[in-house]
Design a protein around this ligand. Structure first.
Ligand code: FAD
Length: 295
């Protein structure tokens, strides 16, 4: 299914998984997500290694989710370490497996690895994909700005260029502070960037995850979140509950403020997905009855 019009029809609920390292783990992942099949997410996106190392497993996973579970998949594709020929091969493989959607990314820079040079920015990759197939293309965005951007203005101008090249909707980086998203949405409105934005929510259930996210994004966590996590840091079970409840609370607030959709960073944990869906699915039903109002 091509997802071009889905945001006109409903408040979107989607998931992100990452490819495991072996075929056995991949099968386990698919099995665990069979259990949550009743949720029927609007799509599942599948990450790819920045260096393009896990492409085969990503593709296999995408095929299985799409063909065995009947869920639309969106493989991520990174550009920095890929040649044009490589991208065409990958797109052809997606096309021949009935996959019509991709998330186009520049990818993170790998220390000491020289980029190929064909795609220095995600916008260049988007333009190229647009020319070489009928894919619906999603892009990444950063409500608190990308760490390499010198300021918000530059960040939004580059984002606008990416959208102009053919991105039809955006997915945010993991977000823990809803107000940062509302401010970002307003800035996009001023800049006349008018595509739907899904908010990326990650149920944080252990301290290592939090450290990694803070390092990658370069953004401080909101005080409320830090206080909660600090309080329960020595009790793994309580910490998991606190992380899930924080995510649920964020989703309630976002949906009541007309977010176009929620993209759950699942960390391949189907149980967490089920728990969050059980607590929020009626809210998606409610908001889907009302046309999404963009600010
Ligand atoms: P871009 O849109 O190219 O932006 C990168 C930086 O370049 C920004 O600072 C931007 O402002 C700047 N820029 C853009 N155009 C110009 C220009 N013309 N002149 C000067 N500066 C410019 N990484 C992976 O490796 N694999 C994944 O599967 C993956 N999935 C992701 C999914 C989501 C939803 C998100 C939010 C991120 C994901 N990432 C993934 C991380 C992403 O690859 C990194 O954040 C990367 O550093 C930037 O990628 P981008 O596509 O946002 O780049």
């Amino acid at each position: 299914m091509n997802l071009t019009n889905i945001f006109n029809e409903k408040t979107v609920f989607s998931l992100e998984v990452f490819p495991p390292h072996s075929a056995k783990e991949t099968n386990n992942l698919i099995d665990s997500f069979k259990g949550v099949n009743s949720i029927k997410p609007d799509f599942i996106s599948i990450t790819s290694g920045a260096g393009g190392s896990q492409n085969d497993i990503s593709l296999e996973l995408a095929k299985q989710f799409q063909n065995d579970l009947g869920i639309t998949t969106i493989p991520h594709i990174t550009g920095l370490y890929r040649s044009k020929a490589d991208v065409i091969t990958f797109l052809n493989e997606l096309g021949s497996n009935g996959i019509q959607n991709v998330l186009a990314l520049r990818g993170d820079q790998i220390p000491d690895k020289k980029p190929v040079g064909d795609f220095k920015r995600a916008s260049e990759l988007v333009k190229f994909i647009k020319k070489h197939g009928k894919f619906n293309i999603a892009g990444a965005c950063y409500p608190q700005k990308h760490p390499e951007s010198i300021n918000f203005v530059d960040d939004i101008l580059h984002l606008k260029e990416k959208v102009n090249q053919g991105v039809s909707y955006l997915i945010t980086q993991t977000l823990f502070d809803n107000q940062a998203f509302y401010d970002f949405r307003e800035r996009l409105q001023f800049a006349q960037v008018d595509v739907p934005i899904e908010v990326g929510i990650m149920p944080c259930t252990n301290l290592n995850q939090i450290k990694k996210i803070t390092e990658l994004s370069g953004n401080p966590m909101p005080k409320k979140f830090v206080d909660i996590m600090d309080h329960f840091r020595n009790n793994q079970e309580a910490m998991r509950d606190a992380g899930i409840n924080y995510a649920i609370e964020q989703i309630v607030d976002l949906l009541s403020n007309n977010a176009d959709g929620i993209h759950l960073y699942t960390m391949n944990n189907a149980e967490n997905v089920q728990q969050i869906w059980d607590a929020t699915h009626t809210l998606f039903a409610e908001t889907s009855n009302h046309p999404t109002e963009r600010v």
